[in-house]
Write a protein that binds this ligand. Structure first.
Ligand code: NAD
Length: 482
């Protein structure tokens, strides 16, 4: 990159200004040649009445520069405040959350000395769209959205990341043995994209056993890519088992903007004392340099930092008698890193990054052959002791001749026809209706009279889902027992 690369910097709250000063000193000494535009976000902005902690003019600066290096901020207690991180993530379409986790034994104690992995979490989709409903007395639901384009983007990012950081394997984690359509899509896209990266090994693990292995044998993982909720959970598992949260940086990557920060908070208890460890923000800044295409400088800084850990000059949070030699404050630690620029660590494995940055093009728009083959009509029904046979007869009596009731399910289990009496039934039913004539074409024009007839017979329709074939394959799951 040229000397003119401009980045946005937020010094944050608590220890934020101290660790940012240290980080910028090191970037400068390494010759990163960055132009800095500062924005003010966080506690003072919340107190000034900005409910998300960010004033309007800061947005223009963030948008103008492609990256934001951010110190932690203090979130005020009490209601009425919105999380600044969630606001930034949503507004800037930061689709990937990237969290490297590594152990630095014997210099920093860790229960898993061999751990050196990265979790790449999809950040925008899955269950986090917040589309939830309660439509009956008994039943609540949430919509889980997984897109082909979103899956392709995050999976491709994971493979590009693996290449840029010299990593050898990408593991995908899903629950596609149960969620065959949503998680199944993510897994399928993973297999397709993996085939384009023959230099990187690829495997898939079901999330439950994958999470258990991550907790018990974290050293067996390299890069993990997964959906939003699973990523949220396993990021915390990895952070805990590594024992080095205080040293971790993280990145949130978008198509036009990326944000880099430490994983820890603003540590108000030690603010202004000159003892904060700047390592988390510094490692986030090295991720930023790789992202910007300055892989060599990132490598120089990361290796100098590893040398500093090896030297035993340790800030208070990682100081341990035996492994540490001298207790140092923020400034002395920073100077120690600068003095070691150009050196290679001897015990800890040195890092090696590939230049060129990481960029992922948007997935191409696709067209599919889509045909409607039926409809699931959801009903709120709480009568006749919730006897499925009774409801089945009501639906059959209501349906116009062109429609046939294929089955009724309750919480996904087929209860009509030929259900088993032990199945517990709630007040939330799905009536799967298909054309009476096998293979007849159906459209929304046919669905409307079906719904009107059900409504006319006193059935409470709460929602519908159309059944489509997509490129000839069923775009819907079968009921258990269908
Ligand atoms: P914290 O991470 O700030 O502090 C936890 C403990 O770790 C404290 O004892 C602290 O002194 C220590 N610590 C943290 N970072 C350190 C460092 N770099 N060097 C030495 N010691 C360090 O967590 P918290 O106390 O739960 O949160 C404090 C504030 O930070 C809260 O307002 C919280 O909302 C905010 N927070 C912000 C972010 C962010 O901006 N991304 C993330 C987490 C928490």
């Amino acid at each position: 990159m040229t000397e003119t690369t401009r980045i946005t910097v937020a010094r944050g709250d608590g220890i934020g200004p101290e660790i940012m000063e240290a980080t910028l000193r090191i970037l400068d000494a390494a010759g990163a040649g960055l132009g800095i535009d500062e924005i003010h976000i966080g506690e003072r902005m919340y107190q000034a009445g900005h409910t998300s902690g960010i004033p309007a003019d800061a947005w223009a600066t963030i948008r103008r520069n492609s990256v934001l290096l951010k110190s932690p901020i203090t979130t005020p207690q009490g209601g009425g405040y919105k999380s600044l991180n969630v606001t930034l993530r949503k507004a800037l379409n930061l689709f990937a959350n990237v969290r490297p986790t590594r152990a630095y034994t014997p210099f920093v104690a860790s229960p898993h000395p061999g751990i050196d992995l990265v979790i790449i979490r999809e950040n925008e989709e899955d269950l986090y769209a917040g589309i939830e409903h309660q439509q009956t007395a008994d039943v609540t639901q949430v919509l889980k959205l997984v897109t082909r384009s979103g899956s392709e983007r995050i999976v491709r990012y994971a493979f590009e990341y693996a290449r840029a950081y010299g990593r050898r394997r990408v593991t995908c984690m899903t629950k596609d043995n149960i969620m065959k359509i949503t998680d199944g899509l993510f897994h399928r896209v993973f297999d397709e994209v993996a085939a384009e990266y023959p230099d990187i090994a690829a495997d898939h693990q079901i999330i439950d056993i994958g999470a258990a292995r991550l907790a018990s044998q974290p050293e067996t993982f390299d890069v993990i890519v997964t959906l939003n909720l699973y990523g949220d959970i396993i990021s915390d598992i990895a952070a805990l088992v590594a024992g080095s949260v205080g040293l971790a940086g993280s990145a949130n990557i978008g198509t036009t903007t990326a944000m880099f920060e430490a994983v820890h908070g603003s540590a108000p208890d030690i603010a202004g004392k000159g003892i904060a460890n700047p390592s988390g923000l510094l490692l986030a800044a090295t991720q930023m340099l790789v992202h910007l295409g300055q892989a060599e400088r990132a490598e120089t800084i990361a290796n100098a930092w590893l040398c500093t850990l090896e030297s035993g000059l340790h800030p208070a949070d990682i100081f341990r008698s035996g492994a540490s030699r001298r207790l140092v404050g923020t400034e002395a630690f920073t100077t120690a890193v600068i003095e070691r620029l150009g050196e290679q660590p001897r015990t800890l494995a040195p890092v090696h990054y590939r230049s060129g940055g990481i960029s992922v093009a948007a997935a191409p728009a696709r067209t599919v052959d889509k045909a409607m083959v039926g409809v699931d009509v959801f009903l709120d029904w709480n009568e006749d002791g919730r006897d499925p046979n009774q409801l089945g007869r009501l639906v059959e009596a209501a349906a116009p001749p062109s429609w046939r009731l294929k089955m009724i399910t309750n919480r996904g289990v087929k209860v009509y026809p030929d259900g088993i009496p032990e199945t517990y039934c709630t007040d939330h039913w799905r009536a799967r209706c298909v054309p009476s004539e096998d293979g007849a074409a159906v459209s929304f024009d046919h669905v409307l009279p079906l719904l009107a007839a059900m409504h006319g017979h006193g059935l409470h329709v709460i929602k519908t889902e159309h059944l489509y074939t997509i490129d000839g394959r069923a775009g819907y799951s079968l009921g258990q027992g269908e």
